[in-house]
Design a protein. Structure first.
Length: 330
């Protein structure tokens, strides 16, 4: 798949997720075979660019390219300036957020709330494309609500405005993450545009990804929640798409090495005590799938020292190697 000058090595991508896809998690996903890992959405409001949160979100040190950064806002001029700012700080692809359903985003008319105003979406796309010399992509939903499923019209407009790839989550904004995602709309969009289209929503197994790619004709799939606690899913999907064979999940010792490395990256990236707090959710997602994982999670979640947290997780994996089958549950 090609986005501007960049040829992606694979058809499976990590979706941008606020509070999740920081640099350490993006690097973990890329380690397991994600072809692209887009950053958490960054605000177009320049008054927020010097906050600690914003500084960390534009930290791409040591990250494999192409580096994709998602920007969120509602003002075309501000979004254009945010695109320039992030390109100056290492972004090689700019992604416009038209898909976030969160209330705090939509109530300021950003994210998926923008889908109610096609003229504004056009102005945003044109402004951002004109502002930067790098490819601009767009992530959206099928519409704001079932009565206003306008993703096809917006996709055609986006392509005409110079957008170079589209990611479509198969739900409307008011569905949030409830119910089943539908990919018929994604297939319709793919049949009508010439730029790459990426399917997103409820893609949680290699078989499901293969099915959706075949049914929609899409160029790639994008995973979000399915990668939380299971980052090796990218390797599983890549292998299945290439061979039609389900590869076993990694053995516990392999997972332990990768996950402990991820903890070290979180501590280094955030420092203490924030790194410990951020690590807790990753520990919960990952370790609760192992024997006695729930009991372990209840004990480790209260630790506030990085060295103690890491040592406790390492001991847990050592015990899991003797209690669990040689491989993780799929």
């Amino acid at each position: 798949m090609q986005i501007g000058p960049y040829t992606l090595n694979g058809q499976v991508m990590l979706a941008p997720m606020a509070g999740v896809t920081d640099r350490p998690f993006r690097q973990l996903a890329r380690h397991f075979g994600a072809a692209l890992a887009t950053s958490e959405m960054t605000s177009a409001d320049p008054t927020l660019w010097q906050t600690e949160k914003s500084r960390l979100r534009r930290d791409h040190e040591g990250e494999a390219g192409p580096i994709s950064v998602q920007i969120a806002g509602y003002c075309p001029d501000m979004l254009a300036e945010a695109a320039r700012f992030n390109v100056d700080h290492g972004a090689q692809i700019i992604d416009i957020n038209l898909g976030c359903p969160a209330k705090k985003v939509c109530r300021v008319d950003a994210g998926s709330a923008l889908m109610r105003d096609p003229a504004l979406v056009r102005a945003i796309c044109e402004a951002v494309v004109a502002a930067v010399p790098v490819p601009v992509t767009l992530k959206m939903r099928t519409g704001y609500c079932p009565q206003q499923k306008n993703a096809l019209a917006l996709a055609l407009m986006a392509e005409a405005s110079g957008i170079q790839a589209l990611a479509i989550h198969g739900r409307t904004r008011d569905q949030q993450y409830n119910g089943a995602a539908e990919h018929e709309t994604v297939a319709l969009i793919k049949s009508q545009v010439d730029i790459p289209v990426i399917a997103n929503g409820d893609l949680d197994t290699p078989q499901r990804c293969d099915q959706v790619l075949r049914a929609t004709g899409c160029d790639a799939v994008m995973l979000g929640r399915a990668a939380q606690g299971r980052p090796w899913i990218f390797a599983e999907i890549n292998h299945f798409l290439a061979t039609g064979v389900q590869v076993p999940p990694p053995d516990v010792s392999t997972l332990a090495a990768a996950f402990l490395g991820h903890l070290d990256a979180l501590y280094a990236f955030y420092g203490e005590p924030r790194g410990v707090r951020v690590a807790r959710k990753h520990i919960g997602w990952t370790c609760r799938s192992l024997p006695r994982g729930e009991t372990f999670w209840q004990a480790v979640r209260t630790l506030d020292d990085a060295a103690q947290q890491r040592a406790t997780v390492e001991d847990f994996f050592k015990q899991a190697c003797t209690l669990a089958p040689t491989r993780m549950a799929a």
